[in-house]
Design a protein around this ligand. Structure first.
Ligand code: ZN
Length: 178
């Protein structure tokens, strides 16, 4: 049915089988950006209550969470029931946190860490043809939040000037954007 918007319920990721089916496309998009985890991490679906107790926030507010020790990523928790593009964006965001942990980035300010993660989500969405990806990208770009929104815009400006890998190298060595 050309031109008909896909039904979100049909593409919602609600089971570990759904995760298994959706992950290869997410990983491929991240690899195209040069992001590859040194140790593969598990993506685990959690319900709103478990996510809320894990993050100390209200149920439904947090969509993804990366559980780490100092340098090891234990797993990526993603809220069950997100539609395809949103699931991919949340995994891409958490994947960047995991990538930075595995490469021992150490202390990075919240706006830079979250801005880089939003940049990974945005970069993955940019590679999707689903019209919902465009809506999500617009929301990321216009996010008024001082950490997620301002952080993303600062990181995006730096990446436009220097490229993603040089920005990541500078953040890792100096804890700041170039
Ligand atoms: Zn984050």
């Amino acid at each position: 049915m050309a031109g008909f918007p896909p039904d979100p319920a049909r593409t919602a990721v609600t089971s570990q089988d759904g995760v298994k089916a959706a992950l290869p496309a997410v990983r491929a998009g991240l690899r195209a950006m040069g992001l590859r985890l040194t140790v593969p991490v598990r993506v685990r679906l959690v319900g709103p209550d478990e996510m809320a107790s894990m993050t100390g926030s209200h149920a439904g507010r947090v969509l993804g969470w990366t559980i780490v020790t100092d340098t090891e990523v234990v797993d990526l928790a993603v809220l069950a029931g997100l539609d395809g593009p949103e699931f991919g964006a949340v995994v891409a965001h958490e994947y960047m946190h995991a990538w930075m942990t595995q490469r021992r980035f150490g202390r990075v300010s919240l706006p830079i860490a979250e801005g880089l993660s939003q940049l990974a989500a945005d970069g993955w969405l940019e590679r999707q043809s689903d019209p919902r990806a465009r809506t999500l990208r617009a929301a990321i770009a216009a996010d008024p939040d001082p950490v997620y929104g301002d952080g993303f815009r600062r990181v995006r400006a730096a990446v436009k000037r220097h490229g993603l890998m040089p920005v990541l190298r500078t953040v890792r060595s100096r804890g700041a954007l170039p």
